[in-house]
Ligand binder design. Sequence first.
Ligand code: ZN
Length: 154
Amino acid sequence: MTLPILQHPDPILRETCAPVTVFDEALQNLAEDMLHTMYDAPGRGLAAPQVGHAIRLFVMDTTWKEEDPTPQAFVNPQIIMASPETEVGEEGCLSLYGQTCQVRRPVEVTLRYQDLWGETHMDVFDGFAARCVQHERDHLDGILCIDYMDGAAA
Ligand code: ZN
């Protein structure tokens, strides 16, 4: 099922999302709907608050536009390490229709997260995937990429 994507300045996009504590079918169904919604948009990442659920969950697939799909869901994600090296890159957001942001971010991050069944994992991301992970994780704290731009209205 494709879900409506909330647009800035919807207040749900500014909420600090609650940790996920129940790993049930409702969570798995939501993640599946979020992936459908992301592919349909089309985008490479989507966070739960963008579809009206203020919980710590995002989905991502950074390869499907060019190669085979690699759908992934991240629950209660935490960036536990970030490279000192940073770079500026362009980001789009499905909640900021038609807008792009230039954002400086670490080029490599280590993410600790749970999967949809509650198992804990740790993965290292670099390049575009690292940028996407950081952008989506920001959504869970109510942060949008426009917040990094000078003179942007919050
Ligand atoms: Zn976004």
